[in-house]
Write a protein that binds this ligand. Structure first.
Ligand code: CP
Length: 311
């Protein structure tokens, strides 16, 4: 039977088979070529996307909305942290799902509480895509990260990938580690002790035979890595402001870091960045983070069209 994502919720990367991931990558590449050729796409004409963002976002919300518009579809939106929605009056995410299924063909949600995307999906009979739930998962980011590594490096298998920064709270690295582990990569984890990758994730990777080295020193880590995946220390996830102040400057990628790195290092970051990558690094040819963000559009075009059967 042909691989299909029709009607599916995209809540985490674990639920996607390797065949489904390949389908998403291939569909994204096809849409990217079509956009490069200036084609006008109408795959989602007559369909509506609801973007429900109860937490701030620039890239995820705008790239999903851009993706829908570039496919000829329409967008309805709850932004401003949900402040203008009835969540303010105590409406549950489940009930919001019950409403959204009448208004939209597909929904994307970002929410500060882990599990909220699953709650919306329980309420809605239409496909729900997780745009980031608390410190849980950010599956579409993991997919665009994979797409970026394929484009930047030519292949994923055999790459040594350093995940650095806030590995405790970073949902992008939680989803990314789970997805990339299946593609034959080796990992280096670089974090302050207080922000280390949660032990169950590291243990599960090692149990599956994935190589994971813990190297807290950034220079040492990049000297043996093909890709540096830098992340922000996430102020909004700290309960103790003093602890954030202690840890916020733990890492800073500079041109000196690049000079100490393995030749050809690719630098990625889900963005937004604060101080962890100096702007001087933007000129480095291997600085891929803005190209990575741009890749969000074709990957999200692929996801929207596949779950709606409009690919
Ligand atoms: N990478 C990412 O999720 O960015 P936003 O928070 O701006 O959506």
């Amino acid at each position: 039977m042909a691989t299909s994502l029709l009607g599916r919720d995209i809540l985490d990367v674990q639920s996607l088979s390797n065949e489904e991931v390949k389908l998403i990558m291939d569909t994204a590449a096809r849409f990217e070529r079509a956009m490069d050729n200036g084609g006008r796409l109408m795959n989602m004409a007559g369909k509506t996307l609801a973007t429900l963002f109860f937490e701030p976002s620039t890239r995820t919300r705008l790239s999903f909305e851009t993706a829908m518009l570039r496919l000829g579809g329409s967008v309805i939106s709850v932004a401003d942290g949900g402040g203008s929605s009835s969540a303010k009056k105590g409406e549950t995410v489940y009930d919001t799902g019950k409403m959204i299924e009448s208004y939209a063909d597909v929904a994307v949600i970002r929410h500060p509480v882990t599990g909220s995307a699953a709650e919306l999906a329980a309420g809605s009979c239409k496909p729900v895509i997780n745009g980031g739930d608390g410190a849980g998962q950010h599956p579409t980011q993991a997919l665009l990260d994979l797409y970026t590594i394929i484009k930047e490096k030519g292949q994923v298998e055999g790459q040594t990938i350093c995940l650095a920064g806030d590995l405790k709270n970073g949902r992008t690295v939680h989803s990314g580690a789970a997805l990339l582990a299946r593609m034959g990569v080796k990992f280096v984890f670089t974090a302050p002790e207080a922000l280390a990758m949660p032990e169950p994730i590291t243990e599960s990777l090692r149990k599956d035979g994935v190589s994971v080295e813990i190297i807290p020193d950034l220079d040492e880590a990049v000297a043996k890595s093909d890709v540096l995946y830098m992340t922000r220390i996430q102020k909004e996830r700290f309960t103790d402001p003093a602890e954030y102040e202690r840890l916020k400057g733990s890492y800073e990628v500079t041109m000196q870091t690049v000079k100490n790195a393995k030749p050809g290092l690719t630098i990625m970051h889900p963005l937004p960045r604060v101080t962890e990558i100096k702007t001087e690094v933007d000129e480095y040819a291997g600085a891929a983070y803005f190209r990575q963000a741009a890749n969000g559009v074709p990957v999200r075009m692929a996801l929207l069209s596949l779950v709606c059967g409009c690919e």
